[in-house]
Write a protein that binds this ligand. Structure first.
Ligand SMILES: [Zn+2]
Length: 386
């Protein structure tokens, strides 16, 4: 190391500043900010974010991680960056001045229970400060991504997170780490459950042609014990079933309700009741209004899995889809889950594992299958290839 770089004059000085900033990274404040945002989402709220220049890009970065995903496949989280509509931004700036450009949008879009994340490396941007005041007026909670000691904005915030660094670039680097910290903690808080999604006909029960008679439900071999074992291992159990017989006029939704009530009673007797039952009553070639439509829930679409993920706080990346046809495999993959195909049906998309029956499904998921618990890859390679 040259004397210049050791003294903070060489190209290493930027990394050295970032290292010093990370040493004093405000973990506790970041955790409080994440808890506030998680509570907002649990209450049905949304997150608004504002900042100027580089902070505007950081606002979009946070929004993208929340709306899309960070490290887990899971339900989408609502978030908006307040500069992302140029017409609104320029209209308000033109009519009222740039200092009010964000405040007007908080008034328009914010609701009590939402969170405003205000980003300012100086800790004192006027238009950001006005947005915070408008947010407090409307009953939003506020989180600050700040620098420069927090200055004016810090005392206005419910949770000010101040990056201790002397220069804008290093504060911005700290804000990026803050975004990832918050997103990781929010995902852990809201999407910690794992599930096994199970198809119904041909997977859990004997497949009868458009079956709707509760008296004819027959559990397949190994299903009751297998579901109980999965539940014991901490998996939520969620049925996801295409029931186009409704759209075709063969039976109505009340008949599905009777089927599922009986199925639940039968499983409950074995300590294996399901946590959720989702079904799709649609089919584009059906005849019954309003079911004869294309929809987002009929497998191979992943809509039922995504719906269940919202209801049960699921981490889809840690979940499994089990079914007996290719549409089950595709739906699972599109949702971000791993997949098991039971039985001999072909599938253009290869499942993660092929099983002869439900016992083998459960053995594989619990890591006890052929392959001796050496992990999914080993189990899959050694498992039955039908
Ligand atoms: Zn549907």
């Amino acid at each position: 190391m040259s004397d210049l770089s050791r003294n903070g004059h060489g190209p290493e000085r930027y990394a050295a500043r970032a290292r010093a900033m990370l040493t004093d990274f405000p973990h506790e404040a970041a955790e409080k900010a994440a808890a506030l945002i998680a509570a907002c989402y649990e209450g049905g709220g949304k997150v608004l974010v504002c900042g100027n220049g580089g902070s505007a890009m950081e606002a979009q970065h946070l929004v993208a991680e929340l709306v899309g995903k960070f490290e887990r496949d899971r339900a989408s989280l609502p978030a908006l960056a307040l500069h992302q509509n140029p017409a609104s931004l320029t209209a308000v700036a033109n009519d009222y001045g740039y200092d009010d450009a964000f405040a007007h949008q908080v008034e328009a879009l914010g609701a009590p229970g939402d969170v405003l994340v205000a980003i300012s490396t100086s800790g004192s941007s006027e238009n950001v400060a006005r947005a915070v005041l408008a947010a407090r007026e409307k009953g939003l909670a506020t989180v600050g991504y700040l620098g420069g000691g927090g200055n004016r904005l810090g005392p206005l915030m419910d949770v000010p997170v101040t990056i201790g660094a002397p220069d804008t670039a290093t504060i911005q680097a700290g804000h990026l780490v803050l975004t990832h910290t918050i997103c990781g903690l929010v995902e852990e808080a809201l999407f910690s459950n794992k599930a096994v999604f199970v198809d119904r006909d041909g997977t859990l029960i004997v497949n009868r042609h458009y079956g709707s008679d509760p008296d004819r439900i027959e559990l397949l071999d190994g299903v009751a014990d297998g579901l109980r074992a999965l539940r014991g291992a901490g998996y939520k159990l969620v049925l996801v079933s295409n029931q186009s017989g409704v759209a075709r006029g063969y039976f109505d939704e009340a008949a599905i309700g009777r089927m599922h009530d009986r199925l639940q009673k039968m499983l409950d007797a074995h300590g294996a009741a399901l946590d959720g039952l989702e079904y799709c009553p649609h089919h584009p070639e059906g005849e019954i209004f309003p079911y004869a439509v294309e929809c987002a829930c009929r497998k191979p679409a992943p809509g039922m899995l995504r719906r269940a993920a919202r209801k049960h706080g699921l981490n889809l990346s840690a979940s499994w889809m089990v079914g007996d046809i290719a549409a089950d495999v595709e739906a699972g993959k599109r949702a971000g889950a791993r997949t098991v195909l039971v039985g001999p049906e072909p599938s253009p998309l290869p499942p993660d594992f092929r099983a002869a029956g439900f016992r083998e499904v459960v053995g594989h998921i619990l890591g006890e299958g052929v392959g001796g618990g050496l992990g999914e890859k080993a189990g899959s390679a050694a498992g039955a290839r039908l």
